[in-house]
Design a protein around this ligand. Structure first.
Ligand SMILES: [Ca+2]
Length: 131
């Protein structure tokens, strides 16, 4: 069983990076700024953010180099989850490039599809992804 975001708080501000496309392979989960990604440096191929906050992803450590912003969809009524994702960063030339992550939107370059779903639909979505 794999999870996206935090199980005790569905709208916590989180990011999860995955080595493979479509949220497969090794993953790196965070709720705070990461000036270096250490073992996950230059590995991310897909990414999901949850919660109220956008996240900015950088090609260099210490929030340097080119960057992009990934926002969640705004607005929720408590029974819904907010997330933004990219299933394959290579579509935007970002495959295996992310080296640091900062909470908030600090880039003019915004990518990713966004989803705004009922929880039950997210569970179905997750089962589809991870089956
Ligand atoms: Ca990868």
């Amino acid at each position: 069983m794999r999870h996206v975001g935090r199980m005790d708080s569905i709208n916590a501000d989180t990011f999860t990076l995955y080595d493979g496309d479509w949220f497969t392979g090794d993953q790196y989960y965070g709720e705070l700024d990461q000036s270096v990604l250490n073992s996950f440096n230059n590995l991310a191929t897909s990414v999901i953010v949850t919660g109220q906050s956008s996240w900015t992803f950088y090609a260099q450590h210490d929030y340097g180099g080119k960057s992009f912003c990934l926002p969640p969809v705004n607005g929720t009524s408590g029974n819904e989850i907010q997330l933004g994702y990219s299933v394959n960063l290579d579509d935007n030339g970002w495959n295996n490039t992310i080296s640091s992550v900062r909470k908030g939107c600090f880039s003019d370059f915004v990518i990713g599809e966004t989803k705004y779903e009922l929880l039950s639909e997210i569970r179905t979505f997750s089962e589809h992804l991870y089956s």
